[in-house]
Design a binder for this molecule. Structure first.
Ligand code: ADP
Ligand code: MG
Length: 366
């Protein structure tokens, strides 16, 4: 099911009683979610992810704009008539019901001709339970299961009605690191198996990048960029998006362009023949550095962190505009000389981005 968001806007009255400024939680969101895809909705806390998801589910109604499922305008439909499955961070299972009863609950709530026969209900509950691999836990109560198992029950409950759209709001936040990895792969598999159009909300960029067909990066209610994870990573539209994706994060320097060359301090680190002179933010991905004793870019070496296959060369530079130290990821086979105080790099041009110093928009170098 294709989902179309048209000029979707949600304003809330201010929570601060003294101010009457309203909060624009979602600001003019436009996106056509392709049928059968998994979309990662990504951004820092408070950027409007949950609001956007709740608008799609119908739990809240928009201030303006429209939502279509396929050709159906669902903007004014209540959630129960939209055919959505919802999964939240807190599993919100019924504690006194067994796993089987929990999964069956949405089917028992169906009315009239929509309500399946008891045999059909049994069949569909078993099918949903198999999908999330909990079919051998059907008689347990939620309190007798791990967090990961409970979240699987919540997912089974959300898909048992075969929703037109599956909506997940930070569904893995309550799980420990290992379960989080495992469960996210599970969600990807379930989504592929069922082909249900899915929106997955998370503040964790790695989580979104790893399982999404497309990601939507939001900031302050405004969509910054939509694209395939790799494309957004390789070609961020602005400084915010470049900083939000990638671990370790991109390194940002206060630089300038002069005479067709990019300067960081007094070193010309890269050519940019078509960029006009002026101050720029220079973003360099950690994997964009090459250790090179004749390289144009010199940093003070402050440490080396072992990562196994790779090492992280930790550096300082007076033009570093980022919050943390500079990190260059290079193969463990080429470590800097023992006792070295400085280290020199050449740069991979496609791993270096220039941003306008004022607007922070990306500047095309080619
Ligand atoms: P996220 O899920 O990305 O953390 P939310 O969508 O929950 O963000 O919130 C977006 C913004 O809208 C925040 O500034 C939040 O404080 C505000 N907001 C959300 N719900 C309400 C509400 N019911 N009343 C007032 N403000 C709200
Ligand atoms: Mg939220």
């Amino acid at each position: 099911m294709k989902v179309v968001l048209q000029n979707l806007t949600k304003k809330f009255p201010s929570r601060n009683k003294k101010s009457d400024d309203e909060v624009i939680a979602v600001n003019n969101f436009n996106f056509e979610i392709p049928d059968g895809k998994l979309i990662g909705l990504l951004g820092p806390s408070g950027c409007g992810k949950s609001t956007a998801l709740n608008l799609i589910s119908g739990l809240i109604s928009p201030t303006s704009g429209r939502i279509l499922f396929g050709d159906d305008d669902v903007t004014n439909l209540p959630p129960e008539n939209r055919g959505v499955g919802l999964v939240f961070q807190s599993y919100a299972l019924y504690p006194h019901l067994t796993v089987k009863q929990n999964i069956m609950f949405p089917l028992q709530n169906l009315k009239g001709s929509e309500r399946p026969s008891p045999e059909e209900m049994e069949r569909r509950v078993l099918e949903a339970a198999k999908l999330v691999q909990i079919e051998n836990l059907m008689e347990r109560k939620p309190g007798e299961m791990s967090g990961g198992q409970q979240q699987r029950v919540a997912i089974a409950r959300a898909v048992v009605k075969m929703p037109r759209v599956l909506l997940l709001d930070e569904p893995l936040s309550n799980l420990d690191a290992r379960l989080r990895l495992q469960t996210r792969e599970e969600i990807r598999r379930i989504q592929r198996d069922t082909g249900i159009t899915t929106v997955f909300v998370t503040h964790d960029q790695e989580e979104a990048m790893s399982i999404s067909d497309m990601i939507v990066v939001m900031k302050d209610g405004v969509v910054q960029q939509i694209g395939k994870p790799q494309d957004v990573y390789d070609s961020p539209v602005n400084l915010f998006v470049s900083k939000f994706l990638g671990t370790p994060p991109i390194n940002v320097f206060d630089g300038k362009v002069s005479g067709g060359r990019v300067f960081i301090g007094n070193e010309a680190v890269l050519d940019a023949p078509r960029v006009k002179d002026g101050s720029v933010w220079v973003g360099i991905r950690p994997e964009g550095f090459i250790l090179d004793e004749n390289g144009p870019f010199t940093c003070a070496l402050t440490g080396v962190e072992v990562m196994g296959r790779d090492i992280s060369v930790v550096c300082a530079h007076e033009k570093n505009a980022g919050a943390g130290a500079i990190r260059a990821i290079i193969s463990a086979e080429n470590r800097p000389a023992d006792g070295a105080k400085t280290v020199r790099f050449s740069l991979k041009p496609y791993k270096v981005f220039l941003f306008n110093h004022d607007t922070e928009e990306r500047i095309e170098v080619k």
